[in-house]
Design a protein around this ligand. Sequence first.
Ligand SMILES: Nc1ncnc2c1ncn2[C@@H]1O[C@H](COP(=O)(O)OP(=O)(O)OP(=O)(O)O)[C@@H](O)[C@H]1O
Ligand SMILES: [Mg+2]
Length: 255
Amino acid sequence: MSIIILKIGGSVITEKGSVSRAREAEIDRISREIAAFRKDSDSQLILVHGAGSFGHPQAMKYRLSEGFDAQGAYLTHVSVKVLNSRVVESLNNAGAIALPIHPLSSCLLENGKIIEFQLGQIKVMLEKGIIPVLHGDVVMDRIKGASVLSGDRIIPYLATALNASQIGAGSDVDGVLDDKDIIIKKITQYSFVNIKKNIKGSNSTDVTGGMLGKVSELLELAKKGISSRIFNASRKGVVSRFLYGEDVGTLIEDK
Ligand SMILES: Nc1ncnc2c1ncn2[C@@H]1O[C@H](COP(=O)(O)OP(=O)(O)OP(=O)(O)O)[C@@H](O)[C@H]1O
Ligand SMILES: [Mg+2]
């Protein structure tokens, strides 16, 4: 059975310039695209969503990247969980059965690197036709106390651990753009050397590296022979096209 891993960026489902503001209509539209695909396909689907304005401003306020802050960890987790509940509710309302999985309760980090990730629950959900919905989160870290684990880092981990066949990250841009704002159709570790200077963080608050962080994570995955795509989930129908295997956005590949 083939596994699809889809990440929907916080830039799509929240207003990243604000604090804790969801884009309800966007969440519902994407849920409908996912639910329609589920009726057509028996692929197994894992959804990961970014934290957007429900995580980045909070993590920034409590300086979670700089050091341990118990209250900051609590408040950031509680906030992103509100967004997660909204996404899960929306999927179920659209007719796709989905359940939440919080990385805080299922992962352990060491200096930001994932060293434990409970896959058992995810596997049973997939077997039962349920969409596990994970998200960027604050996660306990053996060295740092707690660290931010981005959705962008969860995708390559799960893709490798579960041998997924289709991996995509939807954001609010048409793909990775060059210096003239034209979509770069394909990035490899070799071409990255020259285009890296044009790939930046985010225009909004983003503690996990924005587009550069995303491309870097997905290039590491590509080195293991697993390709992925970065596309615009803010444009109607593009999530659906990705799910159906169409050539959308930027392909991140080994060679
Ligand atoms: N070369 C580039 N091509 C495309 N986007 C770029 C580039 N350089 C920087 N960016 C920025 O990266 C942003 C997307 O990354 P960002 O981390 O904000 O979104 P996200 O990952 O979808 O959200 P979240 O982190 O909340 O899940 C774009 O909105 C754009 O401002
Ligand atoms: Mg991001």
